[in-house]
Design a protein around this ligand. Structure first.
Ligand code: SAM
Length: 173
């Protein structure tokens, strides 16, 4: 069930530190048909409505090559979310789940991600399908869908490392 910013039965909010968003740069803005959470889809669909992603300068040159990908991963900032819940009740029925077990927009750092279908690139504007965010949502990043992506740099040994001991070493680092 969609929420505005109210707390539901059995949900738990914490005294979260004052949010500081300054370490991120919003690189663009997303235009969608949805101005209310009541009508916004919970996850986007590739047969959903056309949405527009505008890239701000000086980042437009970074779109070079993007048009070659059928699908892109979009990262965005769910700017109208509350950020202090550790237990949430998505169904608003008293049953709660940990925030990190959910894809809810309510999270300490409200980053949303979607794999979108790229329809068109025209200058600084991408037309895509598959978004699920409110009109005006700030854009954080764009990457090729990882299932389509082939690294352009030469392979390096770690790319093929399956030694469990190495995995433990990585966890400790
Ligand atoms: N697809 C993303 C993900 O999995 O990370 C986001 C999923 S989240 C469940 C999508 C919901 O977030 C929408 O249905 C809407 O209720 C809410 N939402 C969308 N844009 C938002 C915004 N800018 N600020 C706060 N909430 C937003």
């Amino acid at each position: 069930m969609v929420r505005e910013n109210e707390i539901r039965d059995n949900e738990v909010a914490v005294a979260a530190p004052d949010p500081v968003d300054g370490a991120l740069t919003f690189i663009g803005r997303i235009s969608t048909p949805w101005t209310s959470r009541l009508t916004c889809p919970r996850q986007g669909r590739h047969d959903g409505p056309l949405c527009r992603i505008e890239i701000f300068e000086p980042w437009v040159a970074a779109l070079d090559g993007v048009a070659e990908f059928e699908r892109l991963e979009i990262l965005y900032w769910l700017d109208r979310s509350r950020r202090d819940l550790v237990l949430q009740s998505p169904a608003n029925n008293g049953k709660v789940h940990g925030t990190f077990a959910l894809r809810s927009p309510v999270r300490p750092n409200p980053i949303g991600t979607a794999i979108v279908k790229l329809e068109k690139v025209e200058g600084a504007i991408l037309s895509v399908r598959g978004l699920d965010c409110l009109d005006g949502t700030p854009l954080l990043d764009i990457k090729p869908d990882r299932t389509l992506f082939k690294p352009v740099a030469p392979p390096q040994p770690g790319d093929f490392d399956t030694d469990p001991a190495a995995a433990i070493y990585c966890q400790k680092a």
